[in-house]
Design a protein around this ligand. Structure first.
Ligand code: AMP
Length: 436
């Protein structure tokens, strides 16, 4: 059997890499203006980072994590002794970035008493054992940003504005996106509401599938996210948190909206938006593309997670962030025919007629490269005629021919392929002659 990439993974081929680079550069350009600096965390972490950081009730933790085993750990599992794995042998590929960033920030004590908010951005692969579909992969890539230490609602607004600016700069049409916002309350108002939803769900106990009953136990709000039709019907009549918010949360949410209004950002309020992860408090948001991506139409989302740092062992630190899916943004750009063109850098082809001139050609190739040009030459023993044909096919800007006569004069015969002109140019004058 021919070897293939694993299901749910994609090779990033050179052609697509330019789009990739384009996206990360746009993120870098926009986010850095807001003070974000890059962080890179390991692709795998201790399992507990995600179990504590994301929450046991989330699909990501309960069903989708890829475990990582060292050879020792593998032997234990293969021998049916998984329970004897030590804590540091229980590892998982990261399914998202926030929990890892928080772990790194705490490990390196980046938040000191009295310090300004820490603003960090990242990009890279994430891993979830999901069923593959268009826009849903098992290894996918996110760009994310986390702002730690900012309780003010201005930070919520700023993060959303920055994200919308990024989508626009990436080339997505403004009216093709829907920004959904909601608030999930805080420790004051959410516990009573959580209880209310749990009681509400348990009224339908006999009709609920196992999975929803488990959710009802661990995080009943997640039932709003359910894909199961009967659960959706039940949740359509469920009480909403927006009618139960405490004054502080109400104020926070109203202020968020007024900042977004002032910035001219359109949004839709979705009182049922809870998002899949357990750690959010107050603001949550999601950006969807209106057409094309079907069920996988969320291109990014995030929210405030004021409790996460404390849960992870740090001092209580209000924080918020988001992540966007690179593959989905690129699919949306493709659907909108908005992918940028990436013209290749213009090249010079150094052609030589035979073995005797090869060493000198090699010298000229290297010299031109050291002068900053993109240079190709022949490595296949082609005839001069066939080299010139190839250069034409490559649409190079110049061909530099190095025959014996030219070499004797420390010169090349430089053909300007656009103008169709040709002249003898000394090596020393080449750089000045080439106009790209
Ligand atoms: P989440 O971490 O689940 O909030 O996801 C943030 C963003 O990552 C989503 O809005 C998607 O754009 C993207 N994403 C999440 N899961 C996948 C996946 N399995 N395949 C591709 N993109 C994904």
């Amino acid at each position: 059997m021919a070897l293939r990439a694993p299901r749910g993974t994609e090779d990033l081929l050179p052609e697509a890499y330019a789009n990739w680079k384009f996206l990360t550069e746009r993120a870098d350009e926009i986010f850095s203006r807001y003070g974000y600096l890059y962080i890179e965390t390991p692709l795998f972490e201790h399992l507990d980072v995600f179990v504590h950081g994301i929450g046991e009730s989330s699909d990501v933790v309960s069903k989708e994590m890829f475990r990582v085993l060292s050879p020792d750990g593998y032997s234990k599992v293969a021998a049916g002794k998984a329970e004897s794995l030590k804590a540091d042998q229980r590892l998982a590929l990261r399914p998202e970035g926030t929990a890892s960033v928080v772990r790194a920030v705490l490990e390196h004590s980046l938040i000191m008493p009295g310090s300004a908010p820490i603003k960090l951005m990242y990009s890279g692969p994430m891993f979830r054992a999901e069923r593959q579909q268009r826009g849903r992969l098992r290894q996918f890539h996110q760009i994310g940003a986390e702002c730690l230490g900012a309780p003010d609602v201005m930070a919520d607004a700023e993060v959303i504005i920055m994200l919308m600016e990024f989508f626009e700069r990436a080339g997505l049409k403004k009216d093709s996106l829907t920004l959904l916002i909601n608030t999930l309350g805080d420790d004051n108002c959410r516990p009573q509401y959580r209880q209310e939803i749990q009681d509400y769900l348990l009224k339908y106990k006999d009709e609920l599938p196992e999975e929803t009953l488990r959710q009802a136990e661990l995080n009943p709000l997640r039932a709003f996210d359910s894909k199961i039709e009967r659960v959706q019907e039940i949740m359509a009549d469920a009480p909403l948190l927006k009618d139960r918010l405490c004054d502080e949360c109400k104020k926070h949410y109203e202020e968020l909206k007024s900042y977004l209004d002032a910035a001219g950002i359109s949004y839709e309020e979705d009182p049922r938006l809870v998002r899949g992860l357990d750690y959010y408090t107050r603001t949550v948001f999601e950006i969807q593309v209106k057409d094309g991506l079907g069920a996988q139409n969320a291109i990014g989302g995030g929210g405030r997670y004021d409790k996460l740092i404390e849960i992870s062992g740090g001092k209580p630190t209000p924080a918020l962030g988001f992540a966007v899916g690179m593959e989905r943004i690129l699919l949306a750009l493709e659907d909108q025919e908005a992918l940028p063109a990436h013209p290749r850098q213009k090249q010079i082809y150094v052609a030589y007629p035979n073995e005797h001139t090869k060493a000198e050609a090699f010298f000229v190739v290297q010299r031109l490269r050291s002068e900053g040009f993109v240079v190709e030459t022949d490595y296949q023993g082609r005839s001069l005629k066939s080299q010139l044909k190839l250069a034409n096919k490559l649409q190079v800007a110049y061909v530099a021919i190095l025959g014996e006569d030219e070499i004797a004069q420390k010169s090349v015969r430089l053909k300007d392929m656009d103008k169709g002109t040709e002249e003898l140019v000394a090596y020393d004058n080449l750089a000045a002659h080439i106009v790209l």
